[in-house]
Write a protein that binds this ligand. Structure first.
Ligand code: DPP
Ligand code: ZN
Length: 900
C-alpha cells in the first residue's frame, strides 16, 4: 500500500466548477451519470508543452460504463481506466465538459463508504474518500463545486428523496417511479455530498435566524422512532442560537435536514444541509437513553451543525489539515455543552477522555501530530489526537487571547477564508493577525507528536516576599521524530494563601516592571526553561497550576505533597483543579499499592492482592477523609462530586507503569474502591437516599436532575463493590423498579460485575424487555463485553452467535469488540484467550468493513505497555494479522505501524 505525504501537496491541474449528478436507483443496478464543468488550473504552459492529463479518482465498486469529453463519447483506447483512476488525455484548451456514467450495487456495499443501503434505504457517506466509490471525480477537498442532483426511484419503496441544498423540482414518472432535483448554491468539496432515498418519517420545527429568516428543521427516521427525535430537534435549535450568540454565525439556507441511519461507521456527518447521523446519536427517550446519551446527542448535533461554518463554508485544503475543521469544531461543541450545562463538569469529562485515550495514543506506536505528515488510509486518522488534542490546541488560543481576542481571530478567519479550502497555518495567521501577536511557538503543536512533560519547581524568599516558579519542558521522541522543540504552554494559575483564598498575582517582568494579573493569571511558557517571579507574596502560598487544564501536558510539581493536594482539593477556587488534586492523590496511592502488589509474588487473587495492599499501608485515613469531605460538601453539585470520588482509570495509570499487568491493576483499583466503600458506607447510603427520585418523579434531562442521578449511581457502584447479598439484592430491586434507562443501566452494570444468579436473571430480563430496541441492545452487548467478571471470554464468544448480534452493523461491533478490548481482566486474560478472540474477530470483520476492523485492531497497539508474556502474545496476534492474505489497507496500516 502507498503512503501519501503532506509535503507532496500540489494544487490539482484542473478544477471543477459545477457538477450535475443523476441517480437512477434500482434494486439491482444503480446508475450514476455525472456531468462536470472542468476548468484548467495549470496556469501558463511553456511553449510546446502539452496540456496535463485529467486524472479522476475511482474505486472498484463504481464500474465505468461511459465517458465523454466536450460532448464526444470516448471509445476504448481513447482513455485509460483502472479501478482506481480514469485518465483523460488530449483535452481541449480552456473549459470543457466531462460526462461519466458508472454503475453500482449499493445493496452489496458492506464497507458503508460511498452509496450503500441501510435498513432498506439508500444513503451515503463520502468523507474522507467515499465519493470516488460513486463516480470518477477529483476526490480531494480543495476542489469545490456547485452541485445539482437528480434522484429517481420507485415511489412506493423510496417515497423520500433527499440531497444537499434546496429542493428545485419533483414529480411523478411512469411505472410508479418519481424524482426530485436538489440544488446546493454553496460550492463544496465532494466529501460533503449526500443522498438519501427511502421510507422515512419526519418531524419538523422551525428556527428564526438573527436576521429574521425562517429555517425549516427536519429530522427523518424510521416510522417507529418518530417519538424519539424531540431531544435532537431541541438540541439543533439550541446549537443554531448558540452559534449566533457566541460567534455571530447565522445559518445560510432555508432548510436543514438530519437523517438517522442504523448502519454508520462514524458518529455523524456534516453534509451540507443534509446531516446523516448514526441513529444512536439522534434517538432518545427516557426509557431507552441514558443521561450520557442525551448529552452526547446534544453535543454531536451541535458539532455537526457548527461544521456548517467550520468545515463547510471554510474547508480543508487537504486531509492532512483535518484538525483545522475537527479540532476547531470539537472545541466549539465543547464550549456549547459547557454553556448549556456545567462548565466544570464538561471540562473534567473532556480531560478524562484526553488522558484515557489521547495520551495513550501519543505515547504509543501510532503517535502522530494533530496535523499528520503521512497516511496510507485517511480513515485511520480520524483519531483522538486530531479531534481531542486538536481541540486542546484551539483552546490554547482561547486561553492566551481571551474570549474577545479569540472572537476577533475567528471573525478574521471567516472574513478571509469563507468559500475557500485552507490550512492550519491560515488559521494560526488569522488568530495572530487579528490580535497582533506572535504565535510561532504555538504553531509547533501542529507538527510535533507526543505529550509534553512540564516540570515545575518553586521557591519562596520570605525576606524579599517573592515567589518564583521554575518551569522546564521536554517531549519524548515519537516514531519519526527524534528531536522535539519547546512548545508554547499557557500556564493558567493561582496562588492560595493559608486560608485557601487566592492571593493577588503581581508578576515581575525581566525589565523589573510589574504586571497585575488579578487572582488567576496566564503565564506564557515557550522556552525549554523559564522562571516566573511574583512579588508582594506575604507568606509561602500553595500553587494551583494549570487551572482548567490550560495545556495538554503531563505536569510534575516538585515538592507537591499530599498535604498540598488535600489543601487544594478542599479550597481551590478552580473547580477543575479541585478535581485534579483528588486525582493526583489517587494516582499516587494506586501506583504505590500496585508496586506493592506486583512485588508480592504470583498470587493475584483478590484476597492475596488485598493483603499486600493492606501491608503496604492500604488506603490512608487522610485519603478517606478527603473523599468524605467531598461527599459531604453542600456547595458541590452531584455530577462534580461523582467525578471527584471516581478513581483514575486503569488505562490512564498504565502509562506510568513499566510492564503493566492489567488484571493486577484492576484488583488493586477494586481494593481501593472497596476500602472506600467500607469506610464511607454511611455517607454513600445517605447520598443514595437523598438523591433518589421522589415518588412519581418523571425523567428530565436537566443539569440538576442529571446531577442527582450521577451521584446516586456513583454511590451505588461503590457500594456494590462490597459484594454483600443485601446490597446485591437492593441493586436487583432498583434494576426492576427503574423508570428511566440511566438508573436501569446503572444498576445492571453493577450486577454484571458480580458472578452469580442475579447477574443472569437481570441480563435475561433486560434482553426480554428490550429485544425490539436495537439501540438498547447495544448497551446489553456492551456491558457484557466490558465486564470484568472472570472467565468472560467464553460468554462473549457465545454472544457473537446470539441472534441479537449483527456483525455487519458497526455499532454492534463497537459495543461487543471494542467493549471487550476495554476489559482489563478478560481481554488481557493471562492465557491469551482474549487476544486470540480479538485477532480472529479483526480478520473476520475486515472481510466486511475495513474501517471498523481498523478500529478493532488498535486494541493491540499498546502492546509495549504490558508485561513480557503479554507483549509476546499481543505481538503474535499483530504479526498474524499483518501477514494475513487479502488484508485491507486500513488494518494493514494500523497493525504494521503498531509493530514498528
Ligand atoms: N462526521 C465526522 C465528524 O463530524 C467527520 N467529519 O467529526
Ligand atoms: Zn467533525
Amino acid at each position: 500500500p502507498q503512503q501519501k505525504f503532506r509535503k507532496d501537496y500540489a494544487p490539482p491541474p484542473y478544477t471543477i466548477s459545477t457538477v450535475h449528478l443523476d441517480f437512477i436507483l434500482e434494486e439491482e443496478t444503480t446508475t450514476v451519470s455525472s456531468r462536470l464543468r472542468v476548468l484548467p488550473n495549470y496556469g501558463l504552459l511553456e511553449e510546446g508543452a502539452s496540456r496535463p492529463a485529467l486524472k479522476l479518482d475511482g474505486r472498484k465498486d463504481a464500474k465505468l460504463v461511459r465517458v465523454a469529453v466536450a460532448g464526444n463519447e470516448l471509445a476504448e483506447g481513447q482513455y485509460t481506466a483502472t479501478e482506481k483512476q480514469l485518465t483523460l488525455n488530449n483535452l481541449p484548451p480552456g473549459e470543457f465538459e466531462v460526462e461519466v456514467v458508472t454503475e453500482l450495487r449499493p445493496q452489496d456495499n458492506s464497507l458503508l463508504e460511498g452509496l450503500y443501503k441501510s435498513s432498506g434505504n439508500f444513503c451515503t457517506q463520502c468523507e474522507a474518500e467515499g465519493f470516488r466509490g460513486i463516480t470518477f471525480f477529483l476526490d480531494r477537498p480543495d476542489v469545490m463545486a456547485k452541485y445539482t442532483t437528480r434522484i429517481e426511484a420507485d415511489e412506493a419503496n423510496y417515497p423520500v428523496l433527499l440531497s444537499n441544498g434546496n429542493l428545485k423540482e419533483s414529480g411523478k414518472l411512469e411505472g410508479g417511479r418519481h424524482y426530485a432535483v436538489w440544488e446546493d448554491p454553496f460550492p463544496k468539496p465532494c466529501y460533503l455530498f449526500a443522498l438519501v432515498a427511502g421510507k422515512l418519517s419526519m418531524k419538523e420545527r422551525s428556527f428564526t435566524t438573527c436576521s429574521g429568516r425562517e429555517v425549516a428543521l427536519r429530522i427523518f427516521v424510521q416510522e417507529n422512532n418518530l417519538s424519539k427525535v424531540d431531544h435532537a430537534l431541541e438540541s439543533l435549535i439550541k446549537s443554531m442560537k448558540w452559534d449566533e450568540d457566541t460567534f455571530g454565525r447565522e445559518y445560510d439556507l432555508d432548510l436543514f435536514n438530519i437523517v438517522a441511519v442504523d448502519d454508520f461507521n462514524m458518529g455523524a456527518m456534516e453534509n451540507k444541509a443534509l446531516n446523516i447521523f448514526n441513529s444512536r446519536l439522534v434517538l432518545a427517550s427516557p426509557e431507552t437513553a441514558t443521561d450520557l446519551d442525551y448529552s452526547r446527542i446534544e453535543g454531536v448535533v451541535g458539532h455537526e451543525y457548527f461544521h456548517n461554518w467550520t468545515g463547510n463554508r471554510v474547508t480543508c485544503r487537504d486531509w492532512f489539515q483535518l484538525t483545522l475543521k475537527e479540532g476547531l469544531t470539537v472545541f466549539r461543541d465543547q464550549e456549547f455543552t459547557a454553556d448549556m450545562n456545567s462548565r466544570a463538569v464538561k471540562r473534567i469529562e473532556d480531560v478524562m477522555v484526553l488522558r484515557n485515550s489521547q495520551f495513550t495514543e501519543d505515547a504509543g506506536p501510532m503517535a502522530h501530530p494533530i496535523r499528520p505528515e503521512s497516511y496510507i488510509k485517511m480513515d485511520n486518522f480520524y483519531t483522538v489526537t486530531v479531534y481531542e488534542k486538536g481541540a486542546e490546541i484551539v483552546r490554547l488560543y482561547d486561553t492566551l487571547l481571551g474570549k474577545e481576542g479569540f472572537r476577533k481571530g475567528m471573525d478574521l478567519y471567516f472574513q478571509r477564508y469563507d468559500g475557500h479550502a485552507v490550512t492550519c497555518d491560515d488559521f494560526l495567521a488569522a488568530m495572530a493577525d487579528a490580535n497582533n501577536v506572535n504565535l510561532d511557538t504555538l504553531g509547533r503543536w501542529y507538527s510535533q507528536a507526543g505529550t509534553p512533560n512540564l516540570h515545575v519547581s518553586t521557591s519562596y524568599d520570605a525576606a524579599a516576599k517573592t515567589y518564583t516558579l521554575f518551569c522546564r519542558q521536554n517531549t519524548a521522541p515519537s516514531p519519526g521524530q527524534d528531536v522535539k522543540q519547546p512548545v508554547l504552554i499557557p500556564i493558567k494559575l493561582g496562588l492560595l494563601g493559608p486560608d485557601g483564598a487566592d492571593l493577588p498575582l503581581r508578576l515581575r517582568g525581566s525589565d523589573g516592571s510589574v504586571t497585575d494579573l488579578g487572582t488567576t493569571g496566564v503565564l506564557r511558557f515557550e522556552e525549554a526553561e523559564s522562571s516566573f517571579q511574583f512579588e508582594g507574596v506575604e507568606v509561602e502560598p500553595v500553587p494551583s497550576l494549570l487551572r482548567g487544564f490550560s495545556a495538554p501536558v503531563k505536569m510534575q510539581v516538585e515538592g507537591q505533597t499530599d498535604e498540598h493536594l488535600l489543601f487544594l482539593l478542599a479550597h481551590d477556587s478552580d473547580p477543575f483543579n479541585r478535581w485534579e488534586s483528588g486525582q493526583r492523590l489517587a494516582r499516587k496511592l494506586l501506583l504505590k499499592l500496585y508496586a506493592a502488589a506486583a512485588a508480592g509474588g504470583g498470587d493475584h487473587s483478590a484476597k492475596a492482592v488485598g493483603e499486600r495492599c493492606t501491608a503496604a499501608g492500604g488506603v490512608p485515613d487522610a485519603f478517606v477523609g478527603a473523599y468524605r469531605a467531598v461527599l459531604g460538601d453542600e456547595t458541590l453539585d452531584g455530577s462534580f462530586k461523582a467525578m471527584a470520588v471516581s478513581l483514575p482509570t486503569g488505562n490512564e495509570l498504565m502509562d506510568s507503569i513499566e510492564g503493566a499487568d492489567p488484571p493486577l491493576l484492576y484488583q488493586v483499583r477494586m481494593f481501593v474502591v472497596k476500602q472506600l466503600a467500607l469506610q464511607l458506607r454511611p455517607e454513600l447510603e445517605a447520598l443514595v437516599a437523598a438523591n433518589d427520585d421522589q415518588p412519581g418523579e418523571t425523567y428530565h434531562f436537566t443539569a440538576a436532575a442529571c446531577a442527582h442521578r450521577a451521584i446516586k449511581n456513583r454511590c451505588l457502584a461503590m457500594l456494590s463493590s462490597l459484594e454483600e447479598p443485601e446490597i446485591t439484592h437492593m441493586l436487583l430491586n432498583r434494576f426492576k423498579a427503574a423508570t428511566n434507562m440511566t438508573d436501569e443501566i446503572a444498576a445492571l452494570s453493577c450486577l454484571v460485575e458480580l458472578a452469580g444468579p442475579d447477574r443472569d436473571t437481570a441480563l435475561a430480563a433486560f434482553y426480554d424487555k428490550f429485544k425490539d430496541e436495537p439501540l438498547v441492545l447495544l448497551k446489553w452487548l456492551g456491558l457484557q463485553a466490558t465486564s470484568n467478571a472472570p472467565g468472560n471470554v467464553a460468554l462473549i464468544k457465545k454472544l457473537v452467535d446470539h441472534p441479537a448480534f449483527n456483525i455487519t452493523n458497526p455499532n454492534n461491533c463497537y459495543s461487543l469488540f471494542l467493549g471487550f478490548g476495554r476489559s482489563p481482566v478478560n481481554f488481557h486474560a493471562a492465557d491469551g484467550s482474549g487476544y486470540a478472540f480479538m485477532g480472529d474477530a479483526v480478520l473476520r470483520v475486515d472481510t466486511i468493513n475495513h474501517q471498523v476492523a481498523a478500529r478493532m485492531v488498535s486494541a493491540f497497539s499498546t502492546w509495549r505497555q504490558y508485561d513480557s508474556e503479554r507483549q509476546v502474545m499481543m505481538r503474535a496476534q499483530l504479526e498474524r494479522i499483518v501477514s494475513h492474505p487479502g488484508l485491507s489497507d486500513n488494518v494493514f496500516e494500523i497493525a504494521s505501524k503498531s509493530l514498528k
